[in-house]
Ligand binder design. Structure first.
Ligand SMILES: *[C@@H]1O[C@H](CO)[C@@H](O)[C@H](O)[C@H]1NC(C)=O
Ligand SMILES: *[C@@H]1O[C@H](CO)[C@@H](O)[C@H](O)[C@H]1NC(C)=O
Length: 725
């Protein structure tokens, strides 16, 4: 073995997913040497480098007859041929007697030919020195019993991209030394556990690209030496608990491009030696608490390219002491990673999170990863406010940003397009409003009657937000089980055995001390059976037809507040409340507030005492402004009530007034008395007008004093207007 090739073996594992231990040191490969033998016409005969399965280097006498439109074996083939390449020809049968005469034939490449029966190759004489045979891209449709029994030394068998749909239970009988089997991209619909009984030495198995929807329980139990299993592109929807049982040596496993909707955590428990796991391109929606727990050998995990992944939940990765690389990239809907998603990942060095919908990475995540060296966050709609404060801390300085020039803020507006690393901590706020990312909830979800509705709502904020859901009937669901509703701690709403009556608008509300965010989703329930066609959808009653109605009532009124309530049997997420102080002679501003979904009462505060108010409730169904403008789902006439705030209580009789204040009150009373007298004597209007400014001075001065002494104002605007008449 040459020193230049020492690297080769160490990189082998990284390449197991591709199924090939390709020499990555191609640049330094020794060159082909001339081989002076009588060579078949148009073929090339050379001494070429060749590597065994254990990456041992050989100088192999090689006959290369690729791409020659051959229909027969070319002759003469030199006696000591080690490697015979017949790729891309038109061969459909083989004179095996010729091959039998080649005692050192080790590697035979028959890929991209026209073989339709495997017996055409393996019948009659045996090839005891053949270690590797390539039969990819032929027309093989079935493998009978003991198809390869004449190839007793075979270590590698490549059968991918044929039309195999029938493989006899004992098809591989006699292949006691086989270490690598590629049978991917055929038409197998089931996996027969009996195939593997003949393969005790098998280390690499590529089964992907076959339309297999389910793996049998204990299907691989005979493969006690298997190190790498590739099950990509198969249409697997779920994994039986014991599907991977017996794979004691398994180190790498790929489920790339399947239809898994959950992490197959029970099945994964049976392969404790696993080091590399690829779950890329599946239909997993959530990485849930406990999905990856105590996988003590896991080194690298891939969760990329998942169209439906929305959330990485609390403690979804826990106690993975060997995990060094975690890739969660290119998931267009992934907008949420719980601040405590990663627990005891003491060796994690590389965290790849680029090209998701993440608005932030909570600082608790950074604090939970003591060995982190690099993080990739570019191509995310990053919110460079409170949640990015960690990027400015000392601890973050040792973490390298991958592509810092592409790691840009997209919010808040004043920081847009700035590089995250270049925003100073002074520019970031310390707290932030909740936001429910648009990508986490679709606007419409259809579900079968009697089925289970699952809606995921997640929100990031500082302080941590509280989440609740509002049902179409206006019911507010908190974190507890209610009838057949369940709100999971992360914000997922589950409704089992849903009925058509439960179709309608569901709203998620995330609230913290600073404010709230809401997002609504329309749920349709498909009727089952009744209709011969695909089933009717009970659409939520058309918005226009909805009788949006609620009666606004005044429950309680104080000096500076009023409590209003209304009853509605509907979820009305775009409800508004507006109020205005009413004075006969002046315009006062109208205030408006949004009322959160699921709220049916409101405490109006900061009101003026002894003042008339008019309060109106505008009920609305649709959440976005567009629909409201079209008048859809918004009640035409608002519900209004008027009331007057209470008087500030009169000073109690016997209240101890200090002498100074008493004298002022006396003066004022005296003044009022004089004015009364003046009015009674019908003094000239001119005189009155002259005195008004003086009176207003009295009013403001006394207000100044009363506000200090908590006394009633001696003269009130309402009384003043009476006096003016
Ligand atoms: C086959 O290989 C062996 C060992 O490399 C060699 O000694 C022998 O001569 C070869 N046989 C032929 C027919 O070339
Ligand atoms: C309404 O708000 C006022 C003023 O903040 C407060 O004193 C009162 O207790 C509140 N009432 C209720 C029921 O919350």
């Amino acid at each position: 073995m040459r020193p230049a090739l020492a690297l080769l073996q160490s990189h082998c594992l990284l390449y197991v997913f591709s199924g090939m231990c390709v020499p990555i040191v191609v640049g330094s490969l020794p060159p082909a040497l001339p081989w002076y033998v009588p060579c078949p016409v148009r073929c090339v005969c050379q001494i070429k480098p060749w590597f065994s399965l254990d990456s041992v280097y050989h100088e192999a006498p090689t006959v290369d007859c690729n791409n020659l439109l051959l229909t027969k074996l070319p002759l003469p083939i030199p006696l000591n041929t080690h490697t015979l390449r017949l790729q891309s020809n038109l061969l459909s049968a083989l004179d095996t007697a010729v091959l039998h005469g080649l005692p050192n034939l080790t590697d035979l490449d028959l890929s991209q030919n026209r073989f339709s029966h495997v017996r055409m190759i393996t019948q009659s004489s045996s090839l005891p020195s053949l270690l590797s045979i390539h039969l990819e891209e032929n027309h093989l449709s079935h493998l009978p019993e003991a198809s390869f029994s004449s190839l007793s030394a075979l270590q590698e068998l490549f059968l991918s991209h044929n039309n195999l749909h029938l493989v006899a239970p004992g098809a591989f009988k006699g292949l006691d030394s086989l270490r690598r089997l590629h049978i991917n991209n055929n038409r197998l619909t089931t996996i027969d556990p009996r195939w593997f009984r003949a393969l005790p030495q098998l280390e690499v198995l590529m089964l992907g690209g076959n339309p297999v929807e389910a793996l049998p329980e204990r299907g691989f139990v005979a493969l006690t030496s298997l190190r790498s299993l590739v099950l990509g592109g198969m249409g697997l929807r779920a994994l039986a608990e014991k599907a991977l049982e017996g794979l004691e040596e398994l180190e790498s496993l790929s489920f790339y491009d399947n239809h898994l909707t959950k992490v197959p955590r029970q099945a994964l428990k049976r392969v404790p030696g696993l080091k590399f796991l690829d779950l890329n391109k599946n239909r997993i929606k959530l990485i849930e608490t406990g999905d990856f727990k105590d996988m003590v050998n896991l080194k690298e995990l891939g969760l990329n390219n998942m169209e439906e992944l929305v959330s990485i939940d609390k403690a979804s990765m826990e106690n993975l002491p060997e995990l060094t690389k975690l890739e969660i990239t290119n998931n267009p809907r992934l907008s949420y990673i719980h601040p405590h998603a990663f627990v005891r990942l003491s060796r994690l060095e590389s965290l790849m999170l680029n090209s998701n919908s993440l608005s932030a990475l909570h600082q608790d995540i950074m604090l939970s990863l003591p060995s982190l060296q690099e993080v990739s966050l570019h191509s995310n709609p990053l919110r460079c406010d409170c949640l990015f404060h960690w990027a400015k801390t000392q601890a973050a300085r040792v973490v390298r940003f991958i592509q810092p020039e592409a790691t840009l803020c997209s919010a808040p507006p004043e920081l847009r397009a700035r590089r995250v690393r270049e925003v100073s901590s002074g520019e970031m706020s310390a707290s932030c409003l909740p936001t429910i990312p648009a990508s986490s909830l679709p606007s419409y979800v259809g579900v079968q009657e009697g089925g289970k509705l699952v809606l995921h709502c997640r929100a990031l904020a500082e302080p941590y937000p509280e989440l609740y859901w509002v049902t179409p009937s206006g019911l507010r669901l908190g974190p507890s089980v209610f009838k057949h509703y369940q709100l999971l701690p992360e914000g997922t709403l589950e409704i089992s055995r849903i009925t058509p009556r439960e179709a309608g608008l569901y709203t998620c509300v995330a609230e913290n001390a600073l404010g709230a965010d809401t997002r609504s989703v329309t749920v349709g329930v498909h009727n089952r059976g009744k209709n011969r066609k695909r089933g009717v959808v009970t659409k939520p009653k058309k918005f226009q037809a909805v009788r949006v109605d609620a009666r606004l009532e005044l429950n309680k009124v104080g000096e500076h507040y009023a409590i209003l309530s209304w009853q509605s049997r509907q979820n009305l997420p775009s409800t508004r409340l507006s109020w205005q102080a009413v004075h006969s002679n002046s315009h006062t501003p109208t205030y408006t507030t949004r009322v959160l979904a699921g709220t049916q009462s409101f405490n109006l505060t900061h009101l003026q005492a002894e003042t008339f108010y008019r309060v109106c409730l505008y009920l609305g169904v649709s959440e976005d402004g567009k629909h409201a403008n079209q008048g859809m789902g918004e009640s035409k006439k608002p519900q209004c009530v008027s009331f007057r705030t209470k008087d500030v209580p009169e000073p109690q009789p016997g209240l101890q007034l200090n002498p100074e204040l008493t004298s002022i009150v006396v003066t004022l009373l005296l003044l009022a008395y004089i004015l009364l007298l003046a009015a009674m004597f019908k003094l000239q209007t001119k005189f009155l007008n002259k005195y008004t400014p003086d009176l207003s001075w009295v009013y403001s001065a006394s207000r100044l004093m009363t506000s200090r002494a908590h006394l009633q104002r001696p003269l009130h605007p309402a009384r003043k207007s009476w006096w003016r008449q």
